[in-house]
Write a protein that binds this ligand. Structure first.
Ligand SMILES: [Zn+2]
Length: 338
């Protein structure tokens, strides 16, 4: 244990001391070690949680081949254990002019408001849907009945168990990647949260979801699951437009095969390009450990000094480094298998 602590301290020490630098373009003589180093540089102090999770201790490192949907995000069919509320409940907050956090301490759910209804991004475990999303929106002065679309980043229970309720109660349209719809529809009716009916199916070409004055660019980023979706969308910070790149799946809990890492790597590069083209200066994730959502939504409530940025806003280079971490960590794993 002591050795592990020293190791972790060394990793974070190294991260803290690292000079911020763009990770170099991948070269043909890259090795797993050089890629992990590049990922560490790219992570800097901004993405330590992501680096730790997928480069230092990937979930599928041992004995996970074929584990697939049994990763930590998924709840076994029929299982219904509600953890103590104190471990997960988080208060809802307005974070940007048109973006509201209604997630838990661990998982994010966001309400993107438009002039014609709400786009809800991710839906948490079934036990959190009423206290966080339904009551959270109401507390914030928003009407859950005005949810037009529910975007599911991927079909693991921690992000999709609220989908069926929002579809049946509010007639919201559920948007999911095609392979993740297929996986969802195989669940038994007794699965936690129930099973939504097939609705908006997103193929590899992606799609755009427009509600009123707001369009979300939905990008197919297979890897974490075969149907993982990521998003690019605009928000407003005190009236100023800011573009968000939302990463829809991060952990390596898929079967440990070289081709799966290649697919994951390519999706990170695809998102990096889309984020750059859109001028994204904010990265968001569906797990608070990857974008420090729990802390940031609270910091966003504090008054800011003149010229001080929103706590979520970085710059385009910092956004690129997030996707560099994912691509480099995946490529390091792929190479280590050859
Ligand atoms: Zn997942």
């Amino acid at each position: 244990m002591r050795g592990y602590r020293l190791f972790v301290a060394a990793v974070f020490g190294a991260i803290a001391l690292t000079v911020h630098a763009q990770s170099p373009a991948p070269v043909s003589n890259a090795t797993p070690e050089s890629l992990v180093k590049a990922a560490k540089r790219a992570a800097g102090v901004d993405y330590a949680g992501t680096f730790l999770r997928i480069c230092v201790a990937p979930d599928n490192l041992e004995g996970a081949a074929g584990r697939g949907d049994a990763g930590r995000g998924a709840a076994p069919s029929g299982a219904r254990t509600v953890p103590d509320r104190g471990l997960w409940y988080a208060k809802p907050y307005k974070v940007f002019d048109n973006l509201y956090f209604v997630g838990t301490k661990i998982h994010s759910s966001w309400a993107l408001t438009t002039n014609d209804g709400i786009v809800l991004i991710d839906t948490l475990f079934d036990y959190a849907i009423e206290p966080e999303i339904v009551e959270g929106l109401t507390t914030l002065g928003l009407d859950p009945r005005s949810i037009k679309y529910v975007l599911i980043s991927h079909a693991h229970g921690d992000h999709d168990q609220g989908a069926a309720l929002l579809q049946s109660r509010y007639r919201a349209k559920i948007v999911m990647g095609a392979p993740d719809w297929d996986a969802t529809l195989q669940r038994p009716a007794s699965a936690p949260g129930g099973v939504p009916k097939r609705d908006v199916v997103v193929g590899p070409e992606g799609t755009k979801i427009t509600v009123g004055d707001t369009t979300v660019d939905v990008i197919a980023t297979p890897g974490h699951t075969p149907g993982t979706l990521s998003y690019i969308f605009p928000v407003k910070d005190k009236g100023r437009s800011v573009v968000v790149a939302y990463a829809g799946g991060t952990a390596f809990n898929f079967p440990r095969r070289a081709e799966n890492f290649a697919v994951y790597r390519d999706s990170q590069r695809k998102m990096a390009k889309a984020a750059a083209a859109a001028g994204a200066t904010v990265v968001m994730s569906n797990h608070t450990e990857f974008d420090r959502a729990y802390d940031r939504v609270r910091i966003a409530q504090l008054p800011r000094a003149a010229g001080e940025k929103h706590p979520y806003e970085t710059d385009m280079a910092t956004v690129q480094r997030y996707f560099d971490v994912g691509a480099d960590c995946a490529e390091a794993q792929r190479l280590s298998m050859q």
